[in-house]
Design a protein around this ligand. Structure first.
Ligand code: AMP
Length: 297
């Protein structure tokens, strides 16, 4: 148990979590799941959750099942001390930091496989990623039983998949997607930005600039043309490999040729050893989406 600015409690076991939450059943519980290496993007979710709920639970867990075999599970930044210092500045009630063996005490005997919204965008190069995300979030939702759970729209495909399984499995939680927090130049904050060299870090905001260039023309050209404009912009501005530039309906993530409903323009690039993603979500009237709420109850 740590005493910072607020009375935040660190919880490491399922047993402790159950005991603590058993006493707060009548209150609204806000939940922010994270993998740590916290930055202002995470803090924006935590602050929003604080305002909207009586009790606030933040989890820090680098979930092995969402990493592919050649991905950065081993090197993913882990900095519990620094994370707790940041969280202590906000009035968080419980920080749940379980060991892997606590969440996965034995080899799983089942899988959860979202079959929609996962074959496109990051699902093409990360075929098992969203199954791992669904697995950990269903576990965490069952353990924490939150009233509301908060996510960043920076990971918009992730939010679309969460929207899918929460709806299909009737999970009684309101999910809230909040806008991407960026640095002053427009680079989306990400724990993986730590992998960038100084030169790359100083160029990476061009991804957002290219997305905005696409948004500017969204009503003037076909989506095929808009994608080319963004690709062209990216290749001129930044020396990185573009993995995809896509325009799809959102959150369905299906092919779409006109702005008849909400869309996403999503980009992934591989820059040095970092794989960076970014997106903008555009309403059918052409304005940028800020916050998305889904409450199936
Ligand atoms: P992670 O620790 O990367 O799993 O992220 C935990 C949560 O923080 C996820 O819901 C992310 O979408 C969200 N998040 C990460 N980066 C940002 C950002 N720049 N702005 C807003 N939310 C973010």
């Amino acid at each position: 148990m740590s005493k910072g600015l607020y009375d935040m409690e660190i919880i490491r076991t399922l047993k402790q979590l159950n005991e603590k939450l058993a006493n707060v059943q009548s209150k609204s519980v806000g939940f922010v799941p994270t993998m740590g290496a916290l930055h202002n993007g995470h803090l924006s979710l935590i602050e929003k959750a604080r305002i909207e709920n009586d009790l606030l639970v933040v989890s820090i867990f680098v979930n092995p099942s969402q990493f592919g075999p050649n991905e950065d599970l081993k090197t993913y930044p882990r900095q519990e001390g620094a994370d707790l210092k940041l969280i202590e500045l906000i009035d968080v009630d419980f920080v749940f930091i379980p060991e892997v063996s606590e969440i996965y005490p034995r080899e799983m005997g089942m899988e959860i496989t979202p079959i929609k919204r996962t074959a496109v965008l990051c699902g093409q190069t990360r075929p098992t990623h969203f199954a791992g995300v669904a697995m950990i979030l269903i576990k965490l939702f069952n353990l924490v039983q939150p009233t509301r759970a908060y996510f960043g729209l920076k990971d918009a495909q992730q939010f679309a998949v969460i929207d899918l399984f929460v709806t299909d499995l009737n999970i009684p939680v309101e999910i809230i997607g909040l806008p991407t927090v960026r640095n002053q130049r427009g680079l989306a904050l990400s724990s993986r930005n730590a992998y960038l060299s100084e030169i790359a870090y100083n160029q990476a905001h061009q991804i957002h600039a290219a997305l905005l260039a696409g948004h500017k023309e969204i009503k003037n050209y076909t989506f095929e043309r808009i994608k080319l404009i963004i690709l062209d912009d990216l290749s001129k501005r930044i020396n990185a490999k573009v993995e995809y530039v896509e325009i799809l309906s959102y959150p369905e993530l299906e092919d779409i040729n006109e702005l008849s409903e909400q869309i996403i323009i999503a980009v992934a690039i591989v820059y040095e050893s970092a794989r960076l993603i970014d997106n903008i979500i555009i309403h059918s009237d052409g304005t940028l989406a800020q916050e998305i709420r889904r409450n199936i109850q």
